[in-house]
Design a protein around this ligand. Structure first.
Ligand SMILES: *Cc1c(COP(=O)(O)O)cnc(C)c1O
Length: 428
């Protein structure tokens, strides 16, 4: 087999430069929380393919379900000749997502496609055009979802013009908004919408309950419930983008549950199918069913192999109680990360929920973002075999997304590497 150096040479000649990679090592195989590259090197995985392989890499039950499905049939297109597993995945999503009301679901290929469909459904059902989104938001890379995403570089730069009728309002970001309370931060956002857009023009308010790419920003308590309350009163569809937070990642099935918020629509993807491409919109039956027959769909949406993987993944999450596993990961990591913070003046904040945790790095004694420090710590982790990611509008947040099946031993080794990475890159 070619080694990583050789593959990287071929890649440079064959793959468009616009697709980046975090590490220059090429994967041979992966299992649980460990990735083995073609050079025989083992990586502890704190990325999970960006919160995708929550059930672990190559989870045996997922592999078996996929293998069995591939032998039966790989594709008929649900819009041409339907099959049971699509229906079952929708039943599961209707039952698992927050909200005790009648629901319907549609299956799609990617997170961005799910977000686009949620906007289509909200606009169709309300007859209104505007969509309200937040600072630091990330919702995807298609034309509409670029418009919904906040950060210019690298996601939007020179890719415009963007879709219209998208309005951005301030997020609750406790570290950076002077400790504004959740309800006060919501009031600030709502006032902007009412004065500059007009509630009666708003189809949907779209929010990540904990922001992903934008920096693992956890809004102050009461922010989401206040927005939910306003949306209900204003006839605005409340859409929770749980694409990164969903499927046990934050210590519950969905992050909205921590504050008892019931969205009208929920978008899911990433953790849904153990690595196979699948996404969904789930929500109130009267909204979802407002769209005429044939108005929603796509060739591959709800592919039977991806559905088989989703059903196996959901079974694993339920039977192994991966929400509790995420809370156990939190219980180990939270004190360790706070110990790092106590000894390193670059750490402004440790935040997150469950197994979705992050540290934000700044110039000591200020709130000035320090992306170079985040890059240095990350590089030290990579050199020692721990796969970490950065994120944030300022690129200064280190984020940790281990597979939820990571063992205590692996977790403790990963945290030792992280400790050392902070120590060796510290300038103080
Ligand atoms: C990743 C992500 C998306 C986009 O999903 P893709 O599958 O990459 O299109 C949308 N919203 C959030 C919150 C995400 O984390």
């Amino acid at each position: 087999m070619a080694d990583s150096t050789e593959l990287h040479k071929r890649r440079t000649a064959a793959v468009a430069r616009g697709v980046g990679s975090v590490v220059p090592s090429y994967v041979d195989r992966a299992s649980g929380a460990t990735i083995t590259d073609v050079d025989g090197r083992q990586w502890l995985d704190f990325a999970a393919g960006i919160a995708v392989t929550n059930v672990g890499h190559a989870a045996p039950r997922v592999v078996a379900a996929v293998r069995e499905q591939v032998e039966r049939f790989t594709h008929t297109c649900f819009m041409v000749a339907p099959y049971e597993s699509y229906v079952t995945v929708c039943e599961e999503l209707n039952a698992l997502t927050p909200g005790r009301f009648e629901k319907r679901s549609i299956l799609l290929n990617s997170g961005a496609e799910a977000v686009e469909n949620a906007v289509k459904i909200a606009r169709h059902a309300t007859g209104r055009p505007a969509v309200v989104v937040f600072e630091h938001a990330y919702h995807g890379r298609t034309n509409l979802t670029m418009a919904l995403t906040a950060k210019n570089m690298p996601y939007k730069h020179r890719f415009g013009p963007f879709a219209g009728e998208v309005y951005r309002v301030p997020m609750s970001y406790p570290l950076r908004d002077g400790g504004l309370s959740g309800p006060d931060a919501a009031a600030r956002a709502i006032e902007l919408v009412e004065k500059q857009v007009g509630a009666e023009n708003v189809a949907a308010l779209l929010i990540e309950p904990i922001q992903g790419e934008g920096g693992f920003v956890v809004p102050a308590g009461g922010f989401l419930p206040a927005l939910r309350e306003w949306a209900t009163a204003a006839g605005v569809v409340f859409v929770a983008d749980e694409i990164q937070t969903g499927f046990c990642r934050t210590g519950d099935w969905f992050a909205c549950e921590h504050e008892g918020v019931q969205p009208d629509l929920v978008t899911t993807a990433k953790g849904i199918a153990g690595g196979l491409p699948l996404a969904a919109v789930t929500g109130r039956a009267e909204l979802m069913d407002a769209v005429h027959v044939g108005g929603l769909g796509g060739t591959y949406g709800g592919n039977p192999v991806a559905c088989a993987a989703a059903l196996a993944s959901i079974e694993i999450m339920r039977e192994q109680d991966l929400a509790a596993a995420a809370r156990r990961i939190w219980a180990t990591m939270w004190p360790r990360l706070h110990a790092v913070a106590a000894g390193d003046a670059r750490v402004a904040e440790v935040r997150g929920r469950g197994a979705m945790l992050a540290v934000e790095l700044v110039r000591p004694g200020t709130l000035t973002p320090d992306p170079a420090a985040a890059a240095a710590v990350s590089a030290a982790c990579h050199a020692a075999g721990l796969l970490t990611l950065t994120c944030g509008t300022y690129g200064n947040v280190l984020r940790f997304l281990p597979p939820l099946v990571i063992s205590d031993g692996e977790l403790s080794r990963a945290l030792d590497i992280l400790d050392a990475a902070f120590a060796t890159t510290s300038t103080t």
